[in-house]
Design a protein around this ligand. Structure first.
Ligand code: C2E
Ligand code: CA
Ligand code: CA
Length: 958
């Protein structure tokens, strides 16, 4: 396609050449024609001159005759006697070379005497010439005659002899035209030329060359000759001749006679000359045109088409996005070269920009892909070399040591040991004034465009030149406003980094910095999460799994036992006198004792692996496959290992322990009741001073007291004996009350105020919880309505149990109550325990989203006691975590507990959640929590739960 276009261009050049040559051709033809005309003209003139000269010569012969006859006439006496006359005539006839006869006539035309006897006595008065001479009285010449016998062409001249008006006689001379022939014979003429003498009718009397075929060689038809001489006595005609030879024919009249000389010179010579000129000229011209045409095509190919082709091809490839293309022009002075240079510059610019863009975008993909810092650095260097086409890429981190040293932490590309030989520093010394040190000190990209000639590169120049490095750029990596190092790229070319490329690379370095920050943050977050996870699943003092973990593990073990139809034992080790140790010796010695106990339990062969710490003075063991017999054996093992006293400081402390047991399936088929019942057995055993005690109580479901209480609760709900108390929450930054939690109270007619722990689990078990929560939500919204109307309201949180969350009617009735009382959902928040969210995650997620969409905030209650996955919690639309009060209350006594609280706060903040601390009882707790960045606090420090009236009085008035 492109070559088609080029050959079209070639054709055009040829056409142009042809157009240029055309006038020359015309000129050449014209010139040849003019030459021919001139040659013809010359031949004509020449032939006419010749004709005239010959005519003149012929005329002279006649003149001589005339002069002779005139002289004769003057000397003649008419009376002369015949004999004398005749001899005189003979004499005279000898004198004229051409005279055949000479005679004298009388006036009547009768010949008186003659040079020859033949003609004597003849009469001539009937002859034209005689009459003409008689009338004119002048010398007259006859037309051409042929003698009767000898067939000689003759002329007859008559000269009258007059004596004062009277004609006395006539001198008659008969002239032999052979003289004319001999005259013609003496001419030297070009080949094929013909000269003839003829009379007015065209009869030829003499001719050269001679020949028998005179008629056949006649040169001009008599008729056209007669036509020609009718109008002029001399002139030209052209004839093809009867012999087929083209000639120019000139004719001229012989003076005094009716004779004409005709000279025919062939034009063939001219034509030959002309043709040759034409042929040669055309050949020369043709050759010239061909040559210049070829030259033009060659030159146009060389100077025009080839450069144009190179340029177009280069432009085409540029258009296709191939920036590596160069025109390859070395001649840069002419226009084409200028264009080529511009194109090359454009390509170089495009190449550097696309290279930088490619590197940048590949770098961005790398950022998205790589998580770890080292992987990110490695990938970034590789990207720069593989995608960006740089020779070498490396990352340096700086050290804040005395030598201000610089360490290479990632590299890519073949550097031939160069990087390791650099001995870089970021101090302002010779080894610190290269691009890396400069970029670190100035916090700006540092570029060395020509390694070979830049003085700053002195220490490394020779090695760099040997490796073929042209230029280098170092870009500072800035994380959290501090320079941490540099990203360095080496290119083979000099001047490789122009302004737009530097800008893009700087952006890339900024992205890399950001990636490093993200990677570091992620590590920090993972560490925080790990701490939190561990804190949430492990006991801070002993490092053993905590209650939540133990419940989870036990749950799994129970499920496995159920599948295998095997028994399972849960043992609880209770240390009844531990509180006395804490009180008497202080925390640290007591903690030491706890760790000692834990250590001994863990080392128990066969059973120690699953030990957990469930409460301050409780350890638990979950023992799959164990029956009552083997459990008793295990209990003895435990007792044995605890018999040795523990040395705390200088004191030897005896450890009192009781072991309680509960069995699957006899005492329950879930972890929680098994653990609870084993703990009850352990406490009961301690009370009864039994060291091993198996749970023996009836199940709670069958407990008549509980059943009675459940019936009472039902009646109490009907009679509205329950009421809400409110405990305010405080913003730890400002100290202002920022919300309240609604807590249910049962004002029992005979037992007084009952705490929720006494009846809420019962309500859940007996299905009364729906009615109860209905009452709580209704009461909370009514109070809120009053407070909103009073002009001052704080958000109030209500506690939901898991059963409420999965109640399909709950959301509708909640919505309806809000609408009925005109209370915005943003003033009624929801508290839910982690465990409430794990039974049916999809349903939980649906309900939470609807609550959030309505405007209620969601708090995760008792955070830390459950064992749900953090990832799952974070995926829910949760507003805040409430750290369980057991953590808050431990945090003053143990650094580990404090670390847990701190890491929960950090982690929650990372996840974008607020944190509320429960059970804040002391100013020290508050200060510590505020220091850790906890958002809100709730606890006896500020206020116990208050009746609605008290709460309104204290927090919503004034
Ligand atoms: P919760 O949701 O963790 O409620 C906070 C409990 O901690 C309340 O106990 C409160 O009186 C207590 N508390 C507050 N500040 C302090 C403090 O500084 N120190 C100490 N030691 N305790 C503090 P309460 O009122 O006995 O409630 C116990 C649990 O009963 C609640 O724990 C909640 O799980 C449940 N509950 C209470 N009201 C309702 C309710 O309306 N519906 C449901 N489903 N459960 C409720
Ligand atoms: Ca609560
Ligand atoms: Ca709580």
């Amino acid at each position: 396609m492109f070559d088609n276009r080029l050959s079209a261009l070639s054709l055009r050049v040829l056409a142009m050449m042809a157009a240029l040559a055309a006038p020359f051709l015309v000129l050449a033809f014209y010139y040849v024609d003019a030459q021919r005309d001139a040659a013809l003209e010359a031949v004509r003139r020449e032939s006419l001159t010749l004709a005239k000269a010959i005519a003149h010569q012929q005329g002279i012969a006649l003149q001589q005759t005339k002069a002779q006859l005139t002289r004769l006439a003057e000397s003649h006496a008419a009376s002369e006697e015949h004999a004398a006359c005749s001899s005189r005539m003979q004499e005279m006839a000898q004198l004229g070379p051409h005279i055949l006869h000479l005679a004298l006539t009388g006036p009547d035309g009768e010949i008186r005497c003659a040079s020859s006897a033949q003609v004597a006595g003849a009469r001539l008065d009937d002859r034209d010439y005689f009459r003409q001479a008689q009338q004119s009285g002048r010398f007259t010449v006859s037309d051409v005659l042929q003698t009767r016998f000898s067939k000689i062409w003759t002329l007859v001249a008559a000269q009258p002899i007059a004596d004062s008006e009277r004609l006395e006689g006539m001198l008659i001379a008969s002239l032999d035209l052979n003289w004319a022939q001999s005259l013609l014979d003496s001419l030297h003429l070009p080949a094929d030329s013909i000269v003839s003498l003829s009379d007015a009718t065209g009869r030829i009397v003499a001719r050269t060359p001679r020949g028998d075929d005179l008629v056949g060689r006649e040169i001009l038809e008599a008729a056209s000759f007669r036509g020609a001489i009718a109008t002029a006595s001399e002139g030209w005609a052209t004839s093809a001749g009867l012999d087929g030879v083209a000639r120019v024919i000139a004719f001229a009249k012989v003076p005094e006679a009716n004779l004409y000389v005709r000279v025919g010179i062939p034009t063939a010579a001219i034509d030959t000359v002309e043709r040759r000129a034409q042929r040669d000229g055309l050949a020369a011209l043709g050759a010239a045109i061909l040559l210049s045409g070829l030259l033009a095509v060659f030159l146009s190919r060389r100077l025009l088409l080839r450069p144009v082709r190179q340029l177009t091809q280069a432009a085409q490839r540029l258009g296709e996005g191939d920036w590596t293309v160069r025109t390859g022009f070395t001649e840069r002075n002419h226009v084409m070269g200028l264009l080529a240079r511009k194109l090359d510059e454009l390509a170089a610019y495009g190449q550097s920009i696309t290279r930088a863009f490619r590197t940048l975008s590949a770098g961005n993909r790398t950022l998205l892909r790589e998580r770890g810092e080292q992987a990110l650095l490695d990938a970034m260097c590789r990207t720069a070399v593989e995608q960006g086409g740089y020779r070498v890429a490396f990352v340096n981190y700086l050290r804040h040591d005395e030598a201000k040293s610089v360490e290479t932490v990632a590299r890519y590309g073949h550097d031939g040991g160069f990087i390791d030989s650099l001995r870089l520093t970021w101090a302002d010394t010779a080894h610190g004034r290269g691009s890396v040190g400069t970029a670190i000190r100035t916090r700006r990209p540092s570029i060395i465009q020509r390694i070979a000639s830049d003085r700053r590169y002195g220490p490394w120049r020779n090695e760099a030149i040997r490796l073929g490095f042209g230029s280098v750029i170092s870009l500072p990596l800035i994380v959290e406003d501090a320079v941490i190092g540099t990203f360095t790229l080496i290119a083979s070319q000099e001047d490789a980094f122009d302004a737009p490329e530097v800008e893009l690379l700087d952006e890339m370095a900024a992205d890399l910095s950001f990636g490093i920050k993200i990677a570091r943050d992620a590590i920090r977050q993972r560490e925080a999460e790990e701490i939190a996870r561990r804190a949430l699943s492990h006991d801070a003092i002993t490092g053993l799994p905590n209650r939540a973990s133990f419940l989870r593990q036990t749950g799994e073990a129970v499920a496995a036992a159920a599948r295998r139809h095997e028994p399972l034992a849960v043992l609880i080790v209770h240390l009844p006198n531990l509180q006395e140790v804490y009180d008497g010796f202080g925390h640290d010695p007591a903690n030491k004792l706890v760790r000692e106990v834990a250590g001994r339990l863990v080392q128990l062969p066969g059973i120690g692996a699953g030990v957990a710490r469930l409460a301050v003075n409780q350890f638990g063991l979950c023992l799959p496959g164990m029956t009552a017999d083997s459990a008793a054996q295990a209990a003895r093992q435990i007792q044995t290992c605890l018999r040795e006293p523990v040395t705390v400081g200088v004191a030897q402390i005896d450890i009192t322990a009781s072991v309680g047991a509960a069995f699957y399936p006899g005492h329950g088929d879930e972890a929680e009741p098994l653990v609870r019942r084993a703990a009850i057995a352990a406490r009961d055993g301690a009370r009864k001073e039994a060291f091993y005690f198996v749970y023996s109580g009836a199940t709670e479901r069958e407990n008549p007291e509980r059943l009675a209480l459940a019936a009472e609760l039902r009646a109490a709900l009907d009679r509205r004996e329950l009421e809400l108390h409110f405990q305010p929450k405080f913003d730890l930054a400002t100290g202002a009350a920022c919300g309240a939690e609604a807590l249910i109270r049962w004002n029992h007619p005979s037992r007084g105020f009952l705490a929720p722990a006494r009846f809420v689990p019962l309500a859940e078990e007996t299905g009364l919880i729906r009615t109860m929560t209905g009452f709580v939500v209704d009461a909370a919204i009514r109070h809120q309505h009053g407070w909103v109307a009073g002009g001052r309201a704080l958000p109030v949180a209500v506690n939901l149990s898991a059963k409420n969350l999965y109640d399909p009617n709950f959301l509708d009735s909640f919505r309806a109550l809000l609408d009925t009382w005109g209370v915005p959902a943003s003033l009624v928040d929801i508290e839910l325990t982690e465990s409430a969210l794990v039974d049916d995650p999809d349903a939980a997620r649906r309900v939470l989203h609807r609550l959030r969409d309505m405007g209620s905030k969601i708090y995760i209650d008792d955070f830390g006691t459950g064992y749900s996955s953090l990832n799952y919690l974070v995926s829910l639309p949760v507003h805040a975590l409430k750290i369980d009060r057991s953590f808050v209350q431990q945090m003053q006594q143990s650094r580990e507990a404090a670390a847990v609280v701190a890491s929960v706060i950090t982690m929650a903040h990372h996840l974008g959640l607020r944190v509320v601390a429960e059970g804040v009882e002391t100013e020290a707790d508050r200060a510590m929590l505020a220091g850790l960045g906890c958002d809100e606090g709730q606890g006896y420090l500020w206020s116990k739960p208050l009746s609605a009236a008290d709460f309104e009085q204290r927090y919503l008035k004034g």
